[in-house]
Design a protein around this ligand. Structure first.
Ligand SMILES: [Zn+2]
Ligand SMILES: [Zn+2]
Length: 49
């Protein structure tokens, strides 16, 4: 169940970027998490649209 706000789930093929340092990652293999946070610079990375 969504708990409000944006729940981040990493899906295969998605790209995430760190808004602090600019690091970009691609999801090669997705996980089975209901809620997944990829953290860089102590900030959750944002999905690149
Ligand atoms: Zn970073
Ligand atoms: Zn995960």
């Amino acid at each position: 169940m969504p708990k409000g706000g944006e729940i981040m789930v990493a899906k295969k093929g998605e790209e995430y970027v760190c808004e602090v340092c600019g690091l970009a990652v691609n999801i090669v293999d997705e996980c089975g998490c209901e809620e997944c946070a990829i953290v860089c610079c102590e900030v959750p990375m944002k999905k690149k649209e």
